[in-house]
Design a protein around this ligand. Structure first.
Ligand code: ADP
Ligand code: MG
Length: 391
């Protein structure tokens, strides 16, 4: 039985009737431009075919009731209980419920009509692995409330309100990329987003290429602390560089030549972080032309350089990610491989010739297991549409 049938069955058992609607909301993978979204750079993600699905209907109750199948838990909240992060019965909201409740909270601030719902949801996006399960949950509920409320927001607006929910309600300091990709994904296309202007366009994925995601299955704690340290280091670099370059507002505004000239003025630790960002923005600037020309070789080379930079300069990799990338880069048909997402565990993304995808996946899994003793999850994915109602 597939995930959708399961959801509908659980919904029927729980609420006693068939759900009126179903939404599909994807995770995402980022091919280039890592740790640059909060530095106003360019990112190149795609929505993927791993997704969160939610079955939902309007209810006359005075609160929404949500069932998280993957946690085997239920939570309910109302417009009144939202601000105190509590349930209708005054108990605290479980952590997973902060994401959908946060979406309702940010929609309430827009004064959009909101209808209470009964919902059952589940996901095949692995959690905490860099594929943005959180944004996929947010965008699923964004579509659900939009559907019931009878209004429509542009996809970028939905992304921004989801980011606001995660930043201000859940309390996670994420950039805009995750919600953007989940909201704006287009089948078979990569998305190029300018994180400063929020302008974006689609770029065709060259033919005969597979995007393969490899989950190390390693999850490091302390990730958010390290993430915040990286953000602070970037801010500090901007502050120091402004002494020589007063017009800059972010590392996006610093050219590689200027950075090289001024780098010695920065403390080594700050310089390494900033160098990753400045050079990574340089790399992502080359991506569009390479992909338009179908030059997967050189695009893959940029991905490999990105990994080395995340490992040596930004220092957000870990032994398991490095092992997975090293094996991948040695395999036939692999154009590029790197860690994806915030780092410290989670997944790698690999660009592989389509006819080699099966052999590559098997060899990667076997090599990784031999070296680490861990059994990885490998997904041959496709670029997919953003969050949308499927019924
Ligand atoms: P990711 O990189 O996957 O986005 P996050 O730590 O940002 O990792 O978000 C993971 C959190 O999102 C989970 O701890 C949970 O609270 C929520 N979440 C993700 N997937 C689900 C799901 N299938 N059901 C309920 N909550 C989920
Ligand atoms: Mg997340």
């Amino acid at each position: 039985m597939n995930l959708i049938e399961q959801l509908v069955n659980i919904y029927r058992e729980k609420f006693g009737y068939t759900p009126a609607h179903l939404v599909r909301s994807p995770g995402r993978v980022n091919l280039l431009g890592e740790h640059v979204d909060y530095n106003n750079g360019f990112v190149l993600p795609a929505a993927i075919d791993l997704a969160t699905y939610a079955a939902f209907s309007p209810t006359n109750a005075r609160h929404s009731t949500l069932v998280a199948v993957d946690f085997d838990q239920q939570a309910s909240f109302s417009a009144e209980s939202i601000s105190t992060r509590t349930q209708a019965d005054s108990s605290p909201l479980p952590e997973w419920a902060l994401y959908p409740a946060g979406v309702m909270w940010s929609l309430m601030q827009e004064n959009l009509p909101l209808i209470y719902m009964n919902a059952v949801f589940a996901s095949d996006v692995p959690r905490g692995s860099g594929l943005s399960s959180s944004a996929s949950v947010e965008m699923a509920f964004m579509i659900a409330w939009q559907t019931l409320g009878g209004w429509t927001l542009p996809s970028m607006q939905r992304a921004l309100l989801g980011q606001k929910a995660e930043n201000k309600y859940v309390g996670v300091n994420c950039g805009i990329m995750d919600q953007f990709a989940s909201a704006c994904g287009v089948e078979n296309k990569l998305l190029l987003l300018d994180c400063r202007s929020l302008e974006w366009k689609t770029i065709p994925l060259p033919k005969n290429i597979s995007i393969i995601i490899a989950d190390t299955t390693v999850r490091r704690k302390l990730t958010s602390g390290e993430y915040n340290k990286r953000r602070s280091a970037c801010e500090e670099a901007v502050r120091l560089l402004q002494q020589e370059l007063p017009s800059i507002n972010s590392l996006r505004d610093v050219r590689v030549e200027d950075f090289n000239r001024l780098a010695k003025k920065l403390p080594r630790g700050i310089e390494k972080r900033a160098r990753h960002v400045v050079e990574e923005i340089g790399r992502s600037n080359q991506a569009e032309a390479l992909l338009e020309a179908g030059d997967v070789h050189n695009f893959g080379r940029l991905m490999n350089e990105c990994h080395a930079s995340l490992r040596d300069l930004y220092e957000v990799s870990c032994p398991e990610l490095n092992t997975m990338v090293n094996i991948a880069q040695s395999l036939e048909g692999c154009y590029g491989a790197r860690l994806t997402g915030a780092g410290f565990g989670g997944c790698t993304v690999n660009l592989v010739a389509k006819e080699q995808a099966g052999d590559f996946s098997r060899a990667l899994a076997k090599g990784y297991e031999t070296e680490t003793g861990l059994c990885p999850n490998i997904y041959i994915t496709r670029a997919s549409n953003g969050a949308e109602l499927i019924r």
